[in-house]
Design a protein around this ligand. Structure first.
Ligand code: 0WE
Length: 259
């Protein structure tokens, strides 16, 4: 029997078979969970429906986290199929592409800063508030972060500031929701080639840097991230909340590259 048998999860952030959330969906299905998936726009709906079929998810719902009505509507609709929910996976981030390169201070407008924080950090809080009642006494929430939250990385710019907000959000949400029996954690993943990473300046160099220098001398996969996320959502992690768990081949422990 899988370690998520009898549990029900909502997974956001699906865009393709390379999405981190797809690695999460597959791991959770394998461990016996029942899944509901969300799609951001009608354009993505057919792709997410196909992924839902592949992982045995029989609930597919719209949710663009930039709209409060969509977030509240999501849990209203979910309530038609499920009375309880065991957790929510948040695998959503967005910033204007132009802000992901060049000089941080010169290149970050007020609008880009606000959108990055709203979509990449605030949306996690909004999902928690809307889903709180369905998760009473049993919830686990997991979001996705990146080392750029803690270190100044080339080109990651305002996205790093938004991920720092997201990681602080994990701690404040954990403290707020802990008395309701809801745990909140983040996985900080190493770089992975997803749609969100396609076309990013010097992305291949970052992948090569990890393969060359990370303690494990390899990059991580959506399967690696999916398995750790499934663990954090399970009763095996019943004592863990407010934590940021690195799934990065050990890259973040390094101080300097070999001399
Ligand atoms: O968090 C991310 C990327 C998230 C992301 C990606 C895009 C590209 C397309 C957010 N918004 C957008 N907006 C777009 O228009 N990662 C951890 C992947 C990533 O992105 C980088 C990285 C890494 C790693 C950007 C610069 C440097 C490193």
């Amino acid at each position: 029997m899988g370690f998520l048998t009898g549990k029900k999860f909502l997974i956001t952030g699906l865009a393709s078979e390379r999405s981190i959330s797809w690695g999460v969906a597959q791991a959770m299905q394998r461990e016996g969970a029942e899944l509901a998936l969300t799609y951001q726009t009608e354009k993505l709906r057919p792709r997410v429906e196909k992924l839902a079929e592949k992982c045995g998810a029989n609930i597919v719902l719209p949710c663009d986290v930039s709209a409060d009505e969509e977030i509240n509507g999501l849990f209203d609709k979910l309530g038609n199929s499920w009375t309880e929910l065991d957790g929510v996976i948040h695998a959503i981030a967005f910033v204007n592409r132009r802000a992901l390169e060049g000089d941080y201070v010169e290149n970050t407008s007020r609008k880009d800063f606000n959108v990055a924080h709203e979509i990449s950090s605030y949306s996690f809080t909004a999902l928690a508030r809307a889903g709180r009642e369905m998760m009473q006494g049993r919830g686990a929430m997991v979001t996705m972060s990146y080392l750029g939250a803690e270190r100044a990385m080339p080109n990651y710019n305002v996205m790093g500031v938004a991920k720092a907000s997201l990681e602080a959000n994990v701690r404040y949400m954990a403290n707020s929701l802990g008395p309701d029996g809801i745990r909140v954690n983040a996985v900080s993943a190493g770089p992975i080639r997803t749609l969100a990473a396609s076309g990013i300046t010097d992305f291949k160099k970052m992948i090569d840097e990890v393969e060359k220098n990370a303690p494990m001398r390899r990059n991580v996969t959506i399967e690696d991230v999916g398995n750790t996320t499934a663990f954090l959502c399970s009763d095996l992690a019943a004592g863990i909340t407010g934590e940021v768990l690195y799934v990065d081949s050990g890259y973040h422990i390094l101080g300097m590259n070999p001399l």
